[in-house]
Design a protein around this ligand. Structure first.
Ligand code: 6PG
Length: 234
């Protein structure tokens, strides 16, 4: 159970409560980073879970000019495709919050996984350590586009991914090394479909999310449906 020692799990009644707490945590991290360093470097999670938090944040009067936005992974789809993580984040957050366009660093996955990984690795090299990395978790315990049983290539910062079990098959992902080069990590997990993977994680299975979270003393926000009902509330 060693790997769980540094990870804190907090249970919430529903996805709305998780989204509100995640937005609060992101707000706090941005204020701390901006007052300490004059900028806030955040890695956004893909998928659908974080979108409610993004929508809550979008309405805030934060110091957006100091934000630098990065992505934990991207799907190899044409630029602007609604299934891209950067497009979902744009619609939920970046089309409303006035983050300067030159400070939003999308992964150029439309160029193909290998080319995009090489290009984005340079961008990540200049950015780390991130102030906050936000991650989701898949039903198999994957995070970003790091899937169980796939090579994790931890000596690299960004890798091409092929044959991903979650479509589309071709993706680009930050590695555990890059995702854990951060001051804070926040993981958000909601929905009954995640219950089994969360239990496996808490039982000590060596899942990609477990490896990332334990390296960064992550805070994990879980709703009741995903297993938060078994956790102490915050
Ligand atoms: C993606 C994400 C992926 C996601 C999990 C959870 O490209 O889909 O990067 O890692 O965070 O699969 O997805 P949901 O939040 O949609 O359940």
């Amino acid at each position: 159970m060693r790997q769980l020692r540094s990870v804190t799990f907090a249970g919430f009644r529903d996805p709305q409560a998780v989204a509100a707490e995640a937005a609060n945590e992101i707000r706090r991290a941005s204020e701390e980073a901006l007052s300490a360093r004059g900028r806030f470097r955040i890695v956004l999670a893909g998928g659908t879970t974080p979108l409610a938090s993004y929508r809550l944040l979008a309405r805030d009067g934060l110091q957006w000019a100091g934000w630098e936005v990065y992505f934990g992974d991207e799907r190899c789809l044409p630029a602007g495709d609604p299934e891209r993580n950067s497009q979902a984040a744009y619609e939920a957050l970046l089309s409303v919050a006035p983050v300067p366009k030159e400070r939003v660093f999308s992964i150029p996955a439309e160029l193909g996984a290998e080319t995009a990984a090489d290009l984005y690795a340079e961008r990540v090299r200049q950015a780390v350590p991130f102030d906050l990395v936000l991650l989701g978790m898949g039903e198999d315990g994957h995070t970003a586009s790091l899937f169980p049983g796939h090579p994790l290539d931890e000596e690299r910062l960004v890798i091409p991914v092929h044959h991903a079990p979650k479509p589309p098959p071709d993706r680009v992902s930050l590695t555990i090394s890059a995702l854990t080069a951060c001051r804070r990590m926040l993981v958000i997990v909601t929905g009954a479909s995640k219950r089994e993977a969360l239990a496996a994680w808490r039982n000590g299975d060596d899942l990609p999310i477990a490896r990332a979270a334990s390296r960064s003393a992550a805070r994990v926000l879980v709703d009741a449906a995903a297993g938060g009902d078994l956790l102490r509330g915050t």
